[in-house]
Design a protein around this ligand. Structure first.
Ligand code: PEP
Ligand code: MN
Length: 341
C-alpha cells in the first residue's frame, strides 16, 4: 500500500499517517518526493489491516490517495520511485540508457596480468575494470584469489589507468576492507541472499553491483536490492548473470534475458547483464552480450584475460584481448543504433 500525500501536506499531517500505520503494528516508510511525500506500508497486509488502514488513513487530512500495491519491494520499485536511477561513479554514469561495459579478468592474478587487462580495457574505450580478489569458488581447493594483495593491485592499476574498479565482497565483515580499495562493491550470485552482507554493503555508501542468485525469483532479487536501498544507499545496479540451466552440457547457466524488460518495468535501478557467467563459454558471450543490449540492458559485464588458457579461474568463458576489442566495437555500434548515451 502506498499513501500519497497532497502537495504541501504538513509534517504533522505526514506524521499522523505514519502513526496510524504504526498503530496497526506496521512500519511506515516515509518517502519525500520532489513535490509530495509518499508513505509506504509493507504489502503483506491482512484484509483486516488493509480495510482499517484505508478507513483510518483515508479520513486523515493531507492524504491525496491510497494505492494498493502487489509488490513486496518498495524502494526498488517504479511505483515508489518513478525517476530512473543513474549511478554515477567518478564521472561514469550507469543506468537510464548510458551504455557501459565492465570488463576484465575473473580473478586478479598478478600486477602484470591486471595491468595488461587494464591496457586492453582502456584501449577498447572502456571505463570500468573488473577483477576478483576474494573468489567464491565451488571447491575449497581452487584458487581463492589474492585477497588484500589483489585489492591493492586493483587500486594501483585503477588509479594508473583512470578506470573505475569493481570487485566482489563475500562477507559483511570484509566490506570495510574491500570498500577501502574499490569503487563498486560486487555482491556475487552465491551471496545474493546473504542479508548481513547486503546490510553492510548498504551502509558502506559505495555503489553496489548485485548479482542475481542462480535460482532467485524476480521478487527475491528485488528484495535483496531492497536490503541495500533500505540502508539509505540509493546506488544499486542489478545484474542478471544466468540462472540454473535445464541442460548443463552446453552452457554453464541460462542467461535469463526476459528478466531485463521485467526489471526495467518494475524497478528504476540500472540493469547489467553478465553473459560470461551466463553462458560459461567464450564463443557464446558476444551473441548474448548483443542480445542483452537489444533486450534493454544498460550495459554488460564481460570476462576477458590477456591469456585465457592460463587463467586461474573461468578461463573457458574469458575472451581474448582481440575478441574483447572487437566485441566492444560491435557493442558500441549497437548502442548507438539503440540510441543509448
Ligand atoms: C564473478 O563475477 O567472477 C563471479 C564469481 O560471479 P557470479 O557471482 O555471478 O558467479
Ligand atoms: Mn568469474
Amino acid at each position: 500500500m502506498i499513501i500519497t500525500m497532497q502537495v504541501g501536506a504538513s509534517p504533522e499531517q505526514i506524521e499522523a499517517v505514519a502513526d496510524a500505520i504504526r498503530q496497526q503494528g506496521l512500519e511506515p516508510l516515509v518517502l519525500p518526493g520532489e513535490d509530495r511525500t509518499a508513505i509506504g506500508v509493507p504489502s503483506a497486509l491482512s484484509s483486516d489491516q488493509r480495510n482499517t488502514l484505508e478507513t483510518v488513513v483515508g479520513a486523515l487530512e493531507g492524504v491525496n490517495k491510497i494505492t494498493q500495491t502487489s509488490r513486496p519491494y518498495k524502494l526498488a520499485s517504479t511505483e515508489f520511485h518513478r525517476a530512473k536511477t543513474v549511478v554515477e561513479v567518478k564521472g561514469v554514469k550507469i543506468g537510464h540508457g548510458h551504455f557501459v561495459v565492465m570488463g576484465g579478468p575473473c580473478s586478479i592474478e598478478s600486477l602484470d596480468q591486471f595491468r595488461q587487462s587494464a591496457e586492453i580495457v582502456k584501449s577498447a574505450g572502456g571505463t570500468i575494470i573488473r577483477g576478483g580478489a576474494f573468489k567464491p569458488r565451488t571447491s575449497p581447493y581452487s584458487f581463492q584469489g589474492l585477497q588484500e594483495d589483489g585489492l591493492q593491485i586493483m587500486k594501483q592499476v585503477g588509479d594508473e589507468f583512470g578506470l573505475v574498479t569493481i570487485s566482489e565482497v563475500m562477507s559483511g565483515d570484509l566490506v570495510p576492507l574491500v570498500a577501502k580499495y574499490v569503487d563498486i562493491l560486487q555482491i556475487g550470485a552465491r551471496s545474493m541472499q546473504n542479508f548481513p552482507l547486503l546490510i553492510e554493503a548498504g551502509r558502506s555508501g559505495k555503489p553496489v553491483f548485485l548479482k542475481r542468485g542462480p535460482s532467485a525469483t524476480t521478487d527475491e532479487f528485488l528484495l535483496a536490492a531492497e536490503y541495500v536501498l533500505s540502508q539509505g544507499n540509493p546506488n544499486v545496479i542489478l545484474c542478471e548473470r544466468g540462472v540454473l540451466p535445464i541442460d548443463r552440457s552446453y552452457t554453464r547457466n541460462t542467461v535469463d534475458l526476459s528478466i531485463v524488460p521485467v526489471l526495467k518495468e518494475y524497478s528504476h535501478l540500472p540493469v547489467v547483464v553478465d553473459p560470461s557467467h551466463g553462458t560459461g563459454v567464450a564463443r557464446y558471450v558476444a551473441p548474448m552480450a548483443k542480445a542483452a543490449l537489444v533486450a534493454g540492458a544498460d550495459g554488460v559485464m564481460i570476462e576477458m584475460h590477456p591469456n585465457p588458457k592460463k587463467a586461474l579461474s573461468d578461463g573457458s568463458q574469458a575472451l581474448t584481448p582481440e575478441q574483447y576489442v572487437q566485441l566492444m566495437e560491435e557493442l558500441r555500434a549497437l548502442a548507438n543504433f539503440l540510441g543509448m548515451k
